[in-house]
Ligand binder design. Structure first.
Ligand code: NAP
Length: 278
């Protein structure tokens, strides 16, 4: 039976480190802006969890409604040294969301969605990786799961999860051997079965079955799906845990760590601004 890789434990460690750093800032605090126009239900749930976590950490999180001039709004945030991070909440209607994201200063792009930060991930330089991709790495590191020389299969090639995660796994020194699958991949079950570490970020409940998992593989389930009124991942958890050596649960897995990584980036940005980065 697989070890459960608890996102709660990993996030607790990250929040502890954040709290220690914040205690050194005296009265000063980073501030996060959630920029939105018509957040959908899942975005609203995400915003709620960020606001709650901000309160716990005593970090102000401000929800700002998009005006008719979003680029001006973002410039204002970029030029305000009191703001450490800006998140554009999906969907931002009536404007090109990608263009708005690109206008966030790379220093304040704590979600690592802009080209500078994504480019940094590709060339292996310090930058903000998308928090979900980084969360997967945090979980593997916390549980001392080796990646070097391992066959890693990632199901899903989105810019926020699959692609940046492949880059983080490929980085020199990390040294995973990575296969990335998508909706046009042939024989995806074979690729999944070849993996020592299998990551699923597809967004389909029950997508990864027991027969897709090699004996003793580590399974990281990024998916968040709703099934019979419950939140579930992409894997058939009860079956897959019999075969895997370790597995993340959903909920209480990658999602909790993603939010923790976001606040970690915010504190890093705050420190860089204090050091004169703006
Ligand atoms: N835990 C967290 O913190 C967190 C954060 C972000 C997202 N998520 C969850 O992770 C999941 C993926 O999110 P995302 O934003 O990456 O989604 P996305 O942008 O929709 O990407 C989904 C990926 O899955 C691939 N895919 C879809 N159907 C497939 C199939 N039948 N066979 C193989 N590949 C298939 C798609 O392939 P194509 O590229 O060919 O279309 C795409 O690359 C969702 O459930 C989301 O809610 C969780």
């Amino acid at each position: 039976m697989a070890t459960i890789l608890s996102g709660r434990q990993v996030s607790r460690k990250i929040y502890q480190e954040i709290s220690e750093q914040i205690s050194r800032f005296g009265q000063k605090r980073p501030r996060l802006v959630l920029y939105c126009s018509h957040p959908d239900n899942s975005t609203q749930a995400y915003m709620k969890s960020i606001l709650k976590q901000g309160e716990k950490l005593n970090i102000p999180v401000q929800v700002v409604e998009a005006s008719s001039q979003p680029f001006k709004d973002i410039m204002r945030f970029n030029n305000d040294p009191g703001i450490s991070g800006v998140m554009v909440m999906h969907p931002l209607k009536e404007v090109d969301e990608d263009m708005v994201i690109k206008s966030i200063s790379p220093l304040k792009d704590v979600e690592g969605r802009g080209p500078m930060n994504l480019g940094g991930v590709v060339i292996g330089e310090t930058s903000y990786a998308p928090p979900t991709a980084e969360a997967v790495m945090e979980i593997l590191n916390y549980y001392n799961i080796p990646i070097k020389g391992k066959d890693v299969t990632i199901l899903g090639r989105s810019t926020t999860v699959g692609k940046p995660l492949a880059m983080l796994m490929l980085k020199k020194g990390v040294d995973g051997t990575v296969t990335v699958c998508h909706s046009r991949t042939k024989n995806i079950d074979e690729k999944a079965r070849a993996a020592d570490i299998l990551v699923s970020a597809v967004g389909k409940a029950g997508f990864v079955r027991k027969s897709w998992v090699k004996d003793g593989a580590v399974v990281i389930d990024v998916g968040i799906n709703f099934s019979d009124g419950k939140i579930v991942g992409d894997t058939d958890f009860d079956e897959v845990r019999e075969k895997a050596s370790a597995i993340t649960p959903v909920p209480q897995g990658v999602g909790l760590v993603t939010t923790a990584v976001l606040f970690k980036h915010l504190v890093e940005s705050f420190k860089r601004i204090l050091d004169g980065g703006l």
